[in-house]
Each structure stands twice: as C-alpha cells, then as structure tokens.
Design a protein around this ligand. Structure first.
Ligand SMILES: C[S@@+](CC[C@H](N)C(=O)[O-])C[C@H]1O[C@@H](n2cnc3c(N)ncnc32)[C@H](O)[C@@H]1O
Length: 402
C-alpha cells in the first residue's frame, strides 16, 4: 500500500472508490507511471495522462449505464407482473401487503421494491412501506395516460436477445426487420406509441391539417404506411366511420396484431395489407396518407415516398411523424438529451431494420431530420412542406402535399 500511495502521487486510499485500485495496480505493473507530485498519473507513454477525478467520473458513468440497463429490466418486470398497477392509488404498502394483493412471493417483491426506491421510481415512506407517486402512476401504471412509458420496456427481452445476432450484422452490414423481435416486438411498439395516438391524433393533429377533416367526415380514403399494430389507423377509423382506412406493413406479427385490434374495436372500415405483396396502389385515390415513426426504419424510403406520391389524389395530404432529430450528429450530441438512447435504439432496431436488406438506406433513428425530410419528399415529387409542432417531445410532424 505504501508503495502504491507513493507511486500514485496525491491519491489517497478512500478518496477514490476501491474499484480503482486494480487500475493503480495495472499502472504499477504495466504502465510507466511516475510520481509527478500532482494528482495525475502518467500511463503507458508520457502523453497519456490519467487524472483520478476524471477516471472516477468516467467509471461512474459506465456503471450508471449498467444501472440504467438493469433497472430497465426491473421496470419490465414491474409492468409485466402488474406491480405498478397494484401499487397505483394504494397508498404506502409493505412488501407483504403487496404480496397479499398480487399473490406473488414477498421476498422477491421486497428486493424489487428496494431497487425501485433506490432508482427513485417508487417512494420509500419508512418502516418498509413503499408508495407509487401520482407521477409514477401516470408513467408506469395507467395505460390510458398520454405519459404512459412502461410500454417502452415491454420487448426489452426480445431486443436484448438480438444482441446475440448483432455482431454478425456489424460484420455483414445486414440487419433485421422488425419480425425478428417476434410478436412481443409488435406489442412492445404498439404499447410504446399508442398512448400519444389515442390521446392526440384525432382531436389535435388531424384538425391542424389543411382541409383534411371535412374530407374524412364526408367519406375519404386513407392509408397508413408502416401501420404496425394499427392503433393510429383504428383511432381514425372509429372517428370517421364514413371513410375507408387501409394499413400497410411488412411485419407479419404487426399485421396479425392490427387485425385483431381492429376486430376488438369493432372497426369495420379498416383493412390491413402486407406491403410486400399488396403495396399501396398507384392509383391517385387517397385523400390522406399517414406514416408514423417508420420512414427511418425502411430499407427503401425513397421508393416508398414515390409510391405515396402516386397513391395520393392531386389535392391529397401526407402526414409524416418521425423522430425529432437535429440535422447533424454534432447538434444531436450537444442538444438532444435523448441522443444516447436514440442511437442505441437505432442499433438494436431502427438502423437494423433499415439495413435488413442489401443496399438498405440505413437512415436510423435520428436520420430523418427536417432537412432530410424536405429533400427526400421534394425528390419524390411533393411541392409543399409544412412543419407542425404538437408539443410531442419525441416526434416531429410534417404535412406534405403534391
Ligand atoms: C417503429 S414501427 C412503427 C409502427 C406504427 N406506425 C406505430 O406507430 O405503431 C415501424 C414499422 O414500420 C414497418 N416497416 C418497415 N419497412 C416497411 C415498408 N417498407 N413498408 C411498410 N412498413 C414498413 C415495420 O414493420 C414496423 O411495423
């Protein structure tokens, strides 16, 4: 220890967390560090300088990422086991009371509750009692809340399982379409995106589009390209029973889910099509086409845009919602607080989908910024482009017309 203290300058045991000692040991064995009388350590060569405070901050960041990953797994379990719903509006509960309420094992619940309290997701009220706050219920328990976020954790097991196959994608360049996540993947996207569609699409977004609502009231023709499990399309179909609604997707699982969602909603004016064999017709018959969070996922977004242009009436409207992003990586890095999550989701699913065929466009989660949207829609033959701001933290909205 004496030797270690001497060789690492002013670094004292306990000043850094103990997991740094192996680093110092490494330095002593393999690096050419020397005591420079300051708080910095020279490593393998004189131009590589280690600052203990910077090391500490870096290691804390690394473990913070691991914390996010494993706590995310616990949110998945809390949602899947109905724990947030059981806690909602129940006041402070002990783990035994939660066990009695859910029929689950007390010891496991106690550990889960303690972890949730440490992650500031559930409040510890003292004496072993835990409570889900009102904000916690809006985000984690109430599926009808526009703030419901637990759906985003639903298909984590399937997404993380794909990590086994992604090294091969890094080698070959070929990713995986959404069906690689199985039916759980389709349900996960549905639960992630549905709260906003259910709450805002019909009352807020459609009325903001020039002349669209009167057409839908009197009987128009609508397509949703990249419709997923059909939530947006079904919401519109229920609101405008005089109109005809067609959903297009290439995911077998999403289409199955969409058909059963439409049946459950009793929506008879909706049909779903496998875009791979039955694409949107090039017949200029549609009054409105919508695309929600899917252009950046497509292997051939330019081709899809030309198809939408051919499918729309001359006075038709294309509503695009896609992930809000800055035009450059540097701006995303500096000003997009969700950039780390978005680029990582991209590797797991969006980029992977957009590279799932040879020659895939590979836009990725943050690749469809406004300038890209303007340029690509103009290239596909659209002449009008208007941006809308509906206060959605994740999505940008564009009204695009021939
Ligand atoms: C992130 S999901 C969004 C689904 C849906 N719009 C929603 O908001 O729930 C992207 C969807 O785009 C679909 N997709 C990808 N490429 C497509 C293509 N060429 N044509 C139609 N759908 C496509 C995927 O299968 C997936 O269902």
């Amino acid at each position: 220890m004496e030797n270690r203290k001497r060789k690492t300058g002013n670094v004292k045991p306990g000043e850094l967390t103990s997991f740094l000692f192996p680093v110092f040991h490494f330095l002593e064995c393999g690096g050419r560090e020397r005591d420079n009388g300051g708080r910095r350590i020279h490593m393998a060569s004189d131009d590589q300088i280690l600052d203990p405070e910077r090391i500490k901050a870096f290691i804390e960041n690394v473990y913070g990422q691991l914390s996010g990953a494993v706590v995310s797994g616990m949110i998945h379990l809390g949602d899947r086991l109905g724990l947030y719903r059981a806690l909602q509006g129940s006041g402070p509960l002990t783990s035994q009371e939660l066990a009695d309420k859910t029929g689950l094992h007390e010891r496991w619940l106690r550990e889960w509750l303690r972890g949730q309290a440490a992650a500031h997701l559930i409040e510890h009220r003292g004496e072993g009692r835990f409570e889900l706050s009102i904000e916690g219920a809006l985000a984690l328990a109430d599926e009808n809340s526009p703030l419901f976020a637990a759906g985003g954790f639903y298909s984590l097991p399937q997404q993380f399982a794909l990590l086994e196959r992604l090294p091969e994608s890094f080698r070959t360049g070929i990713g995986h379409a959404y069906d690689a996540f199985g039916v759980e993947g389709a349900i996960g996207i549905e639960r992630f995106l549905a709260p906003w569609f259910r709450t805002f699409l019909v009352p807020l977004v459609l009325p903001a589009l020039d002349g669209v609502v009167p057409k839908l009231q009197s009987g128009g023709r609508v397509a949703d390209v990249g419709c997923g499990a059909g939530v947006a399309l079904i919401e519109m179909a229920k609101a405008y029973p005089q109109s005809d609604f067609h959903g297009y997707d290439i995911s077998r699982h999403a289409l199955e889910r969409a058909r059963s969602n439409a049946a459950a909603a009793g929506a008879r004016n909706v049909a779903f099509h496998d875009a791979g064999v039955d694409p949107i017709p090039a017949d200029g018959s549609f009054d409105l086409v919508t695309s929600f969070d899917c252009i950046h996922d497509m292997t051939d977004p330019a081709g899809m845009m030309r198809a939408v242009r051919r499918a729309l009436k001359a006075d038709g409207t294309w509503l695009i919602a896609d992930i809000k992003s800055k035009p450059t990586f540097e701006e995303n890095l500096e000003r997009n607080p969700m950039a780390a999550m978005m680029y990582s989701i991209s590797v797991l699913s969006c980029l992977s989908s957009s590279m799932s065929e040879p020659g895939g466009a590979g836009l990725g989660t943050l690749g469809f910024s406004e300038p890209v949207a303007r340029e690509m829609t103009a290239a596909a033959g659209f002449t009008r482009f208007e941006k809308h701001d509906f206060d959605n933290p994740v999505n940008a909205y564009y009204e695009v017309r021939p």
